[in-house]
Design a protein. Structure first.
Length: 685
């Protein structure tokens, strides 16, 4: 289940509310309207405990957002579905249906009316309780047996019901497996998880980790990662031939899948591991031919990068459309490739991690010079951070906007105008670099960074221990550096405070004499002081909108800029005006903070009301657009939190920022007290 289900279910259990009644659901909340299930709740012998009720309501809410036409037939069969599979099985059945028939409305409706053979098959599979999956300890032992490495097995949660399929995430210390594998991924869930563990072992043994992504485009990174998957698997298969059969059985791509980019990549993956697979496509056969020619020297990583560059160039010449937001590596046992790449400080428009389901170029559009300036088109991601600070009101940035009715990003839909301060102070930048150098030897212990072959430590390094024993038996010198220790890494954060300075912020804050805007300014001053005192970097920006054609964005204080008189005056002179269009402001803030070099990036929004604008008539429109903007920021590795100065905010802020990622309060003193804990949460490693 998605994490929100688990959180709400646990909360209901902790409160100890009556199990026989439907949970109280706020108006326009993220969960389903409980009243529509009243006939089911009230039927004798059909009562669910409250944790299950909360979980069911959220699944139905997600289903209504993803496929509203499918909800009525589901409600008509809810008794049968729950009796057959229970709430967890119903979730898996709904998730599989949305994935199987994405974009096929008629077929999807047949699935949810149980008039489809696949629907019945998956429901029966869910009703059987799914094939038992291996315990984490068993998978850890399996991975250790293949690699000799100790890796913890964790769980990766599915974000939203109709989001891209989750894939395993691999780090040096952990393999996180999705909790949302369905019948479509593999009926044998245990075999799928063992295949994922074996694939992780191949990467950890044979793949270079955290390679610089440099200025490579997302498609090039994806093709390189695909060939690296095949190369590492081939090397492990030389050592343990049986794992190749385990992997090969999970490749199901075929020529009938079509000529889309994802289909071609899946067909090439199968061609590289299955010598009996036949495919008439020229590009697939070229990839197989080049790979096989290099198979005698699998250790040459650079050679396979060159092959991948040729293949990626061919795809570009073929004009295939690469849909990174919807792309997931196939088959499902393969990880999201985040283990392979280090993206560092990239400013190119193609800067995007493979695990991010959207490219920054697609998400943020481009900057076009105002007609009066006569400038050439510039992308905010093509400019350096210093250049970004010189942008003035004569520059405009075009951003897309999400339309929840047609479930599409409208390209270049909003125009944002920006005013910024001066360039960062060189003294501050130099001081920060000096501090980084001074902390390199004394940072906080980070157990994701391991130091091998140490003279003393927490645990043995297996390879070093074997070498020492072998040397001793051969009469040589004994190397006592056979231990492993956690290393040290400086963990600094960039925190961007995004203030809503719309017209409503001029009103008083609750029953207090101060205005919302004055409270926001005080919070900004306090937050900057707290962040910089803790060794982190902070910036303060504000926004307001006057229709989609005029989103105003001001940068009062930027990172590495001293908080002296000039930025304080800019913040103090901020006035309340116009409306509140969250999405464009969040996208612009994401584009700006993405330039920062720190390990942790976070956006803290302060607002006093729901997103709204005079050219929008549907309440859900801007709420859903803001939710998508937050999702894209998080997929880019940026944390998002909201401080809502509005007692009625729960109806929209939880939908946008998610459970546990917001604070609602109208007491200035309480907000000041809680600010420290909020910042601590955002900058925590």
């Amino acid at each position: 289940m998605p994490p929100a289900l688990a959180n709400q279910a646990a909360g209901a259990h902790a409160r100890g509310d009556g199990a026989g009644s439907a949970p109280a659901v706020p108006a326009q909340s993220a969960v389903f309207d409980a009243a529509r299930l009243a006939p089911y709740w009230q039927a004798p012998g059909r009562m669910l405990d409250e944790a299950s009720q909360v979980a069911l309501l959220e699944v139905l809410g997600e289903l209504e957002r993803a496929a509203p036409d499918c909800v009525p037939p589901v409600l008509g069969r809810i008794e049968f579905l729950l009796a057959r599979a229970g709430v967890p099985g119903f979730y898996g059945w709904a998730l599989a249906g949305l994935r199987a028939y994405a974009g096929e409305r008629a077929a999807r409706l047949r699935y949810f009316t149980c008039g489809d053979a696949l629907s019945v098959q998956i429901l029966n599979w869910e009703a059987a309780g799914r094939p038992k999956q291996p315990a984490p300890a068993a998978l850890e032992a399996y991975l250790f047996g293949l690699s000799g490495l100790t890796v913890a097995i964790g769980t990766r949660r599915q974000g939203v019901l109709n989001g891209p399929p989750a894939r395993p995430v691999l780090t040096r210390a952990m393999l996180a497996l999705p909790d949302s594998y369905t019948f479509l991924d593999c009926p044998d869930r245990g075999g799928l998880m063992r295949a994922a563990a074996a694939h992780a072992a191949a990467h950890m043994l044979f793949s270079p980790a955290a390679q610089p992504a440099a200025a490579r485009k997302p498609l090039a990174l994806t093709v390189i990662s695909l060939l690296e998957d095949a190369r590492a698997e081939a090397l492990l298969a030389r050592r343990y031939p049986g794992v190749e059969m385990l992997w090969r059985g999970l490749h199901s791509a075929s020529p009938t899948d079509g000529l889309g980019c994802a289909a071609l990549l899946a067909r090439l993956s199968r061609a590289l591991i299955d010598p009996h697979y036949q495919d008439a496509n020229f590009w697939v056969n070229k990839g197989r031919r080049l790979f096989d020619a290099q198979r005698a020297c699998l250790e040459d990583v650079a050679a396979f990068h060159s092959i991948a560059a040729l293949l990626a160039n061919d795809l570009g010449q073929m004009r295939v459309q690469f849909d990174l937001p919807g792309y997931a590596a196939t088959p499902a046992y393969r990880d999201d490739h985040s283990y392979l790449w280090d993206y560092g400080e990239q400013a190119a428009s193609d800067h995007a991690a493979i695990e991010q389901p959207v490219t920054l170029q697609l998400l943020y559009g481009g900057i076009s010079a105002d007609a009066a300036s006569g400038g050439s088109a510039v992308s905010p991601l093509d400019a350096s951070p210093a250049e970004a600070l010189t942008w003035g009101a004569q520059r405009s940035v075009n951003y897309p906007e999400w339309d929840e009715r047609i479930e599409t990003l409208r390209d270049n839909w909003c125009t944002l105008y920006e005013r910024s301060g001066r360039e960062p102070c060189a003294t501050i930048t130099q001081m920060r670099r000096a501090r980084l150098r001074s902390l390199e030897g004394g940072g906080v212990l980070d157990r994701s960074v391991r130091l091998n072959r140490q003279p003393q430590g927490e645990r043995f390094v297996l390879d070093a221990l074997v070498d020492a024993i072998s040397s001793q038996r051969q009469g040589g010198n004994i190397d006592e550096r056979v231990f492993e220790n956690p290393g040290r890494r400086v963990r600094e954060a960039s925190v961007l405070l995004l203030l809503d300075v719309s017209a409503s912020s001029a009103s008083r804050l609750g029953s207090h004499s101060v205005s919302v805007l004055e409270t926001e300014k005080a919070l900004a001053l306090h937050a900057v002081a707290l962040a910089r005192q803790g060794g982190h970097r902070a910036a303060v920006h504000g926004f307001a909108s006057n229709t989609r054609k005029h989103v105003h964005y001001e940068r009062y204080l930027d990172f590495d800029m001293p908080f002296c008189e000039a930025p304080r005056q800019r913040l103090a002179s901020a006035t309340a005006a116009w409306s509140t269009r969250f999405g464009a402001a969040l996208r612009h803030a994401t584009a700006l903070i993405d330039h920062q070099p720190d390990d942790i990036s976070a956006i803290l929004m302060v607002t006093d009301g729901a997103p709204a604008d005079i050219d929008v008539t549907r309440d859900a429109y801007l709420v859903e657009d803001a939710r998508v903007a937050v999702q894209h920021a998080r997929r880019a590795g940026i944390r998002c939190f909201c401080m809502a100065l509005d007692t009625q905010a729960d109806s929209y802020v939880r939908r946008i920022f998610g459970q546990g990622n917001y604070l609602i309060a109208v007491d200035p003193d309480f907000l000041q007290q809680r600010l420290k804990s909020v910042l601590a949460k955002l900058v925590r490693p």
